[in-house]
Design a protein around this ligand. Sequence first.
Ligand code: FE
Length: 190
Amino acid sequence: MSSIVPLRTFVSAFSALLDQTGDEAQILEKGGALLADLVAEDSWLPELLAQPDPDRYQQFLLHADSGGRFSIVSFVWGPGQSTPIHDHTVWGLIGMLRGAEYSQGFRREADGELVPDGGAILLKPGQVEAVSPTIGDIHRVYNAYPDQVSVSIHVYGANIGAVRRSVYREDGTIAEFISGYSNIWNESKP
Ligand code: FE
């Protein structure tokens, strides 16, 4: 049976980092390095928290900081699955554990229109990407593989499953959403 010690070590180190600094650039740089260490090894994620669903991508809560400073989620992509275009409203770090995913960033023009911000970024195992309202917060993420499961580990600067944020529809409308978690009862789900 695999050991979750690497996750436990990561939680302690990330918590200590947030004790030291509230500066976003520092958190993304140093926290990103901690996340890179965590996803360098693919042995610690419990199988139950790596299960795809045929209908939609899964977001399993791995840890919620008691002070609400950060949360950790495993994102499990079934073959070909994709998010809508969405934002976060807080900083986020994405570390690729298994398989691969694309992230396509978007920016809003003065008239509110969403346009792609550069090309899609391919994340491979061990690689880390960041989002935030400061550096670019709107993106669409999708499994790079049409025929296999991919898993990434996300860290956010809030209890992300409870954050009120937005999805951006193809027709230009914006809808509020609260993502919840696939493995936790919450008010956003029936
Ligand atoms: Fe995202």
